[in-house]
Design a protein around this ligand. Structure first.
Ligand code: NDP
Ligand code: HSE
Length: 440
């Protein structure tokens, strides 16, 4: 074999990052592999739109079959995104005995279990490093670097766009819309940015990373998910007064035989290990029973960082091709027959601290009514702020609680929001402290 042939579907942001990385680092790649990675075809629907990275005309095609049927193409790189057509192409590639690399976390979160089985039946593998954490080698660290551990906790910031928006709103004073537009212009956002904003993209990534960490099939439907679209600048400001900064956190724990997987806006103390992760940077903190705490940090999105992760997969697969070891590492780290469906801990069972912003009428006795209901539900208050006086409408009453059980919080808030002195649904943001996330 003189070269490993690559066919790429999707000449977009990440596609350009892959093409540029293969081109700029060709010598280093060949020096590491002993053989070149050769881009033979690039398929896209629109070949005329200007791209940041050019491709010689003779490599371009609008027909994906040109890639599927080319015997010199060993690895198909799917970078078009989406569910239906991407799934069809990946299955077709595997059935044509080609290896696959993808950055498509949405597809893997929904159909990864099935696709990994298709790969296994065909004696091929799927590389998906770029699907979690952009340029950060999270999958490789979990599957290989931490393979000797029992992993019990994984939490972090796994969406570049959401973190970019929160950072620009907090530090740059931008509106939500302007910050999102910037993230889109930089190539961080999904084609449908609702996936970033509503937490779904983070949930896709958490489902994949949790499966690899805990030895369970991907269980995306079980990830509790809230996004950042309901966050008001007012909440960010109140949070700052309490010494917190706001992050969209992904949290997974495997304790007492149950898995907790949740994604939601979270206040963390200003000196928390994740507080300094800003812009499109991501970070994931992992606790393994032998290694202790480790944290991986880097660019979570963007053309070249994501291209870097895709090319690392291409190189791993090239080594497997050269050594004829197509299934050297199981996709979800544990052997497929050893994965077990670990029960999920429902969100109602979690216990954490809370921030509440009540929109209440400014009248004597209101505060005691609210705190009475909280107390009756075993929720104890650690701090309160009430600002300004208002004869009409509502004033914000902001409270921070000690640790409480989510089911009790939901019951109390239902009762409070039904009071005639409360004029709008209560804003609730969970709080995680260093002690609850960072184990010793
Ligand atoms: P882009 O929208 O920039 O690129 C996708 C490209 O695929 C577009 O050029 C699109 O063409 C093309 N395409 C769509 N459908 C087809 C098809 N049927 N046949 C051939 N080409 C097609 O997306 P990104 O590069 O940002 O993302 C690609 C994938 O990588 C997604 O799964 C995304 O979730 C993932 N990802 C993205 C990251 C990022 O930072 N952007 C980071 C990590 C993962 P057209 O525009 O003409 O429709
Ligand atoms: N839209 C994703 C993000 C791309 O912003 O993190 C990287 O997965």
């Amino acid at each position: 074999m003189r070269a490993i042939g690559i066919g790429l579907i999707g000449w977009g942001t990440v596609g350009c990052g892959v093409i540029q990385t293969l081109r700029d680092n060709a010598e280093a790649i060949e020096n590491r592999l002993g053989i070149p990675l050769k881009l033979l075809k690039v398929a896209d629907l629109d070949l005329d739109r200007p791209r940041p990275v050019d491709v010689p005309r003779e490599l371009l095609t609008t027909r994906v079959e040109d890639i599927m049927n080319d015997p010199d193409i060993h690895i198909v790189v799917e970078l078009m995104g989406g569910l239906g057509a991407a799934k069809t192409f990946i299955k077709q590639a595997l059935e044509n005995k080609k290896y696959v690399v993808t950055a498509n976390k949405a597809l893997l979160a929904h159909d990864g279990n099935e696709l990994f089985e298709v790969a296994r039946r065909n004696g091929r593998s799927i590389g998906f490093e770029a699907s979690v954490g952009g340029g950060i080698p999270i999958i490789k660290s979990l599957r290989e670097g931490l393979a000797g551990n029992r992993i019990d906790t994984l939490f972090g910031i796994l969406n570049g766009t959401a973190n970019y928006i929160l950072t620009r709103m907090t530090e740059g004073g931008l509106s939500f819309g302007d910050a999102l537009r910037e993230a889109q212009a930089k190539g961080y956002a999904e084609a449908d940015p609702a996936l970033d904003i509503e937490g779904t993209d983070t949930a896709h990534k958490l489902a994949i990373a949790s499966a690899i960490s805990f030895g369970t099939p991907i269980q995306f439907d079980s990830v509790y998910t809230e996004g950042i679209s309901g966050i008001a600048p007012l909440d960010v400001q109140f949070g700052e007064e309490f010494g917190y900064c706001l992050k969209l956190l992904a949290i997974a724990r495997n304790t007492d035989g149950r898995i907790e997987m949740r994604v939601h806006p979270t206040f963390i103390p200003r000196d928390h290990i994740l507080a300094g992760v800003s812009g499109a940077y991501n970070a994931v903190h992992i606790h393994g029973n032998s290694v202790g705490n480790i944290m991986l940090y880097g660019m979570g999105a963007g053309m070249l960082p994501t291209g870097s992760a895709v090319v690392a997969d291409l190189m791993d697969i090239a080594r497997d091709i050269l050594a004829n070891t197509p299934e050297r590492i199981a996709p979800l780290a544990f052997l497929p027959e050893r994965l077990s469906l670990i029960p999920i801990k429902p969100i109602s069972d979690i216990s954490t601290c809370y921030y509440f912003r009540f929109s209440a009428v400014d009248r004597p006795g209101v505060l005691s009514k609210i705190s009475g209901i909280l107390g009756a539900n075993e929720i104890s208050i650690s701090a309160v702020i009430q600002k300004g006086r208002q004869t009409e409408g509502s004033v914000p009453i902001v409270m921070v609680t000690h640790e409480a059980v989510e089911a009790n919080v939901r019951k109390a808030l239902k009762e409070i929001d039904e009071l005639n002195v409360v004029l709008a649904p209560t804003q609730t943001i969970r709080i995680e402290n260093q002690e609850t996330t960072h184990r010793d």
